[in-house]
Design a protein. Sequence first.
Length: 289
Amino acid sequence: MKKNIIFVVNPISGDLDKSDLIEAVQEFATTNHFDLEVYETTGKSDQKEIQSLYNQYLPERIIVAGGDGTIKMVAEAVEQFDVIIGILPAGSANGLSVDLNLPATIEENLKIAFLHHYIDMDMICINGKKSIHLSDIGINADLVKNYEESNLRGFWGYALQAYTTLVDSNEPFVATIKTKKETVEHTARMIVIANSQKYGTGVTINPHGAMNDGRFELVILKSLDLLLLGKIITGNMPIDSDDIVIISTDKAEITTNYPVNFQIDGEYCGAQSSLEIHILHKQMKIAVP
């Protein structure tokens, strides 16, 4: 009996041409006796289209080629269904694949996406929106906004924006954080809401994070000068620093003294002054090495 697979590809993610990738996936499916249905996202009613394809083919896996945004969209589309999601990293923000330690080559990734075992992964719900990876309020969200608006791409585009963002940044904000255990107040430059450990750039922000432990971490950066930013970007996150506080919980409310820029999984979401956050435990099945 042939097994059905739906392959969702975002044709424009990461500015790469996807025809070679689609060909490689089709070849792999044929060789391994899978029936493949290819769906290219349009950005219009993708979730509905994917749901109706699911109902039509009842696939055992859905393979996604795209970045964090595409993966999240698919995960939300199939959250009611029992299906494993396989990832072929192909976006501009591939934070999740960095965290899952997915290999660099397409051949290895195809094996994992189609054939390997999976974990039940948590998602985070923030003001009703879902996050699979890392969201933050403060200076990095300023950076995401500036980066989206600038035309310089890649690492140097990012580094330049990071520098200008720091130089032009607002006053630190005061955040009141309420969890089941306590209510604390911190003056901060940035608060990361982390389900995992690393940003897509490979920068570790939350060394103790696990994606399936039923908890998320709030990483509070109280000050953020160029020295600390440099340390974080080069992968030397100073955990024992007085400038960094980490709170691990399954539920929290954050209120700030003025609206602060906020982003979810690399997508700018406007300025917010209150966030209601809770974990969605074991929300999606994801293929891992």
